[in-house]
Design a protein around this ligand. Structure first.
Ligand code: BG6
Length: 489
């Protein structure tokens, strides 16, 4: 579907997200021929730069994040002509006139305000846009995570942004939903008959969702200290993945049909009790260690770090979903920085066979396992048992592999490319609704309060490992192992 002409306004236009993700994504879509000829990208910042000075900043900070296979100087130069820079103070409506001057006043245009700013500014920017008459009927607003820092602040954002924009104009972004593999999970579950009958407590033993990063906190200490892994990754990305795995078949892929089903999952998450708070959550912080053979410092020794910081860089949770489909099936979720590997995957482990007709005992059979890999490359792996060739009946685990890049040989789109296109098309399916956001915070809230009250110090883990030993114990208590622990050496 061709895009209608648009003005895209990036608040935080000179910031990290804009440089690393948003500008490269818009460039890639321009290069692919998706952008209308007159579309503008208006970057907002506080520095008083001219357009030319801002283009220099793009060359320095955004250009290195563009895939070399996509980049071509001529098309980049052309793309830069679309970019305007406007200096204003986002908190002060009286400084908004230069934005007014650059925006085109045409009701046929789509106008998008992308707020890549701290969430404390969301409400204020929306009110300012409204006061200056810039938030028109055909405007949309994109809210980048973190969407608040607890339930109360998320509700406040929903309330105040909702005073300016209708729900159908609000795009709450979670870039994990834009990843190819996540959409493939929808295709796998609802485009095939094979898995759905088995996708339930009768046949599934447990589900593991891991997002492991090798990188540390880098130059984001200011933000990360106010957040930690629970707020940064668990409340949003991991819970969204859990929703896609666990939701009932939606009526269609229309926004509300999908979001209604995800909401039901979030509302069915078993609330934590004082016992499960202590038992089912592991909180860790990285110490010095080695990642990819290189010595790396402890979190508390990173640039601008508080040497006594108790911010968690790792969290593992055992979650349960109280529904007929999932009662009793544990969902183990974990995420961490400075881990042993860079990967994101969903592992659905099926139950063991009920009885062996072979000489081998049932416990020599590895249960079937479906691995949906999101990163580093996207693919599927299905573990089966098969007979080894030759005489005798010996069964052994084998793997069916599907590598999507290999299979489709089509160029890959970054999550932000897809999501930005969806915003520009007005397609809300992959964005969170206000009630979903609040339900996710509601589940996480008791954990935050518990940590605050206990002042509980995160467990140390060496950089380059899979997190604190307590994370293995968390799953081990149920007689299970994380996937990497269960793999043969
Ligand atoms: C962001 C977090 O939302 O996701 C970062 O704020 C994290 O801390 C990033 O590094 C991970 O995203 P991806 O797509 O690189 O796995």
């Amino acid at each position: 579907m061709a895009l209608t002409d648009f003005d895209l306004v990036l608040f935080g236009g000179g910031g990290d997200l804009s440089m690393r993700k948003l500008i490269p994504a818009m460039y890639a879509r321009d290069r692919a021929g998706d952008l209308p000829p007159n579309a503008q990208i208006i970057c907002i910042g506080r520095q008083s730069w001219s357009d030319a000075e801002f283009i220099n900043a793009l060359n320095e900070n955004a250009r290195p994040h563009i895939n070399e296979k996509v980049f071509a100087q001529a098309s980049w130069d052309k793309f830069c002509l679309r970019v305007r820079y406007v200096s204003l103070d986002a908190t002060d409506a009286t400084t908004y006139q230069p934005l007014n001057d650059v925006l085109r006043n045409d009701a046929a245009l789509t106008r998008v305000f992308y707020l890549a700013t701290p969430p404390t500014l969301f409400a204020q920017i929306c009110h300012n846009l409204s006061e200056r008459g810039l938030a028109t009927e055909n405007s949309r607003v994109v809210l980048e995570k973190p969407l608040g820092r607890d339930l109360a602040s998320a509700k406040q954002i929903n309330l105040e942004v909702g005073q300016v924009f209708k729900e159908s104009q609000i795009f709450r972004i979670d870039h994990y939903l834009g990843k190819e593999a996540v959409q493939n999970l929808l295709a796998l579950r609802f485009g095939n008959v094979l898995f759905e009958p088995l996708w339930r407590r009768e046949w599934i033993s447990d589900v593991q969702i891991t997002i492991a990063e090798e990188i540390g906190v880098g130059n984001r200490m200011g933000y990360y200290e106010t957040s930690g892994a629970l707020r940064d990754m668990m409340q949003n990305h991991l819970l969204q993945l859990l929703c896609i795995v666990a939701m009932e078949p939606p009526l269609s892929v229309t926004p509300d049909a999908v979001r209604d089903e995800k909401l039901k999952v979030l509302r069915s998450l078993k609330p934590f009790t004082p016992t499960t708070l202590a038992k089912n959550i592991v909180r860790g912080q990285y110490r010095a260690g080695h990642v990819e053979g290189k010595a790396v410092p402890a979190y508390r020794q990173e640039k601008n770090a508080d040497p006594d910081s108790n911010t968690e860089t790792f969290v593992a949770v055992k979650a349960e979903i109280d529904t007929w489909r999932w009662a009793g099936v544990p969902f183990y979720l974990r995420t961490g920085k400075r881990m042993a590997d860079q990967l994101a995957e969903i592992v659905v482990r099926f139950k063991a066979i009920p009885h062996s007709i072979f000489a081998q005992s049932t416990n020599s059979f590895q249960p079937n396992c479906l691995v949906i890999r999101l990163q580093p490359d996207d693919g599927l792996q299905l573990n089966l048992m098969a007979k080894t060739p030759g005489d005798g009946m010996r069964l052994k685990p084998v793997e069916l592999e599907l590598d999507f890049a290999e299979t489709f040989k089509a160029p890959r789109m970054d999550a932000y490319e897809r999501l930005l296109l969806d915003v520009l098309r007005g397609q809300l399916t992959l964005f969170m609704r206000s009630d979903e956001l609040e339900a996710a915070w509601e589940w996480v809230e008791p954990v935050l309060r518990h940590w605050e009250q206990e002042g509980n110090e995160p467990l140390p883990y060496a950089s380059g490992t899979w997190g604190p030993a307590a994370a293995s114990a968390l799953i081990g208590r149920d007689g299970l192992q994380w996937r990497e622990e269960a793999l043969p050496e």
